[in-house]
Write a protein that binds this ligand. Structure first.
Ligand SMILES: O=C(O)CCC(=O)C(=O)O
Ligand SMILES: [Fe+2]
Length: 309
């Protein structure tokens, strides 16, 4: 049964000419709404494949970080606009993206949220125990800003390779909303219930989807099993900034090699947990290979790989 406002989002210059067959939404029951109740979050994740955690940071903090991000984009743009646009996953030149590899160097907020208790707790519940308690890793990290007139991103899963869906979630995903996410400004679109699909994603299908609307300060939670994508920004004057972080088991290859991209000075007072998540450790199963040619300042940050949480 299709839900409330499920639809193909009308995207300028695309939908009229899009002749791909439509896959109607097939989902029963209410859509997840922002909540502070962890049991509700768990239930929404199980039923719909996504949940919205409300008030994880204050609106003031979200605003402060949003302003910081805007300044950072302006700084990077002044060096070369291609630093912040034209990415494989979002090639609409109106949009902007800043890599998390850069953000961790720029402000403690972007290090602190990596080890926030909400994503860590959910990740532990979903990805489960690891051999010798080896720490999860940050798989991918970046800030996505939609801007007026930008097109919808293709609906997809954040799932690499050909890992069968039956293997379960291989990544937990968190979008920290620094602006209010509304349908008009390109709130992330999701296909509720698609985490239970058995078919691989197809680019030849138009998936019906809904906008995951959430106030600034919320966190949209999902896994790499959920079909989703950035919404079109059909507003005339609203931007939408989301900071997206993925966590994976230690045996996946992260997209960022933090020990090589992070200023060691930014990590001076960092916790063991953060260093583990960012890959400043060897493996728990032995075969410890010394980082022979790493600079001493990076070697000094190395920690043991077993999680203590
Ligand atoms: O920006 C968003 O809303 C989602 C982005 C996304 O799904 C991705 O880049 O993989
Ligand atoms: Fe995605």
């Amino acid at each position: 049964m299709a839900v409330g406002n499920a639809k193909r989002q009308m995207v300028s210059g695309m939908s009229a000419g899009d002749s791909r067959p439509v896959k109607p939404l097939d989902f029963d029951g209410p859509l997840p709404r922002p909540t502070r109740d962890m049991d509700q979050i768990r239930a929404d994740l199980g039923r719909a494949g996504y949940a919205i955690a409300a008030e994880v940071i204050t609106p003031q903090k979200a605003k402060e970080m949003r302003n910081f991000l805007a300044d950072e984009i302006a700084r990077l743009e002044a060096i070369d606009v291609d630093n912040v646009r034209g990415f494989y996953t979002d090639n609409d030149d109106r949009n902007r993206r800043v890599s998390g590899a850069e953000l961790v160097n720029r402000h403690p907020f972007f290090r602190d949220i990596l080890e926030h208790e909400l994503p860590l707790g959910i990740t532990k519940e979903i990805l489960g125990p690891q051999t010798h308690d080896e720490s999860y890793l940050i798989h991918s990290y970046g800030a996505n800003v939609t801007r007026p007139g930008s097109a919808q991103q293709g609906i997809h899963r954040d799932r690499g390779g050909n890992v069968p869906l039956s293997a379960g979630a291989a990544q937990t995903r968190f979008i920290w909303c620094l602006d209010d996410f509304v349908e008009e400004n390109g709130a992330t679109r999701v296909v509720p219930g698609s985490h239970l699909d058995t078919e691989p994603q197809s680019w030849s299908v138009q998936y019906e989807s809904v906008a995951a609307e959430a106030p600034a300060g919320s966190v949209l939670i999902y896994t790499d099993l959920l079909l989703h994508g950035t919404g079109a920004n059909v507003s005339s004057n609203l931007e939408r900034a989301g900071v997206i972080i993925g966590y994976c088991p230690p045996w996946w290859k992260p997209m960022i090699q933090f020990p090589m991209t992070t200023d060691p000075a930014a990590m001076q007072d960092s916790s063991k947990t953060l260093r583990q998540l960012m890959g400043y450790s060897s493996v728990a199963i032995g075969f410890d290979e010394p980082w022979t040619f790493a600079p001493q300042a990076v070697k000094d940050l190395l920690v043991t790989p077993e999680m203590e949480w």
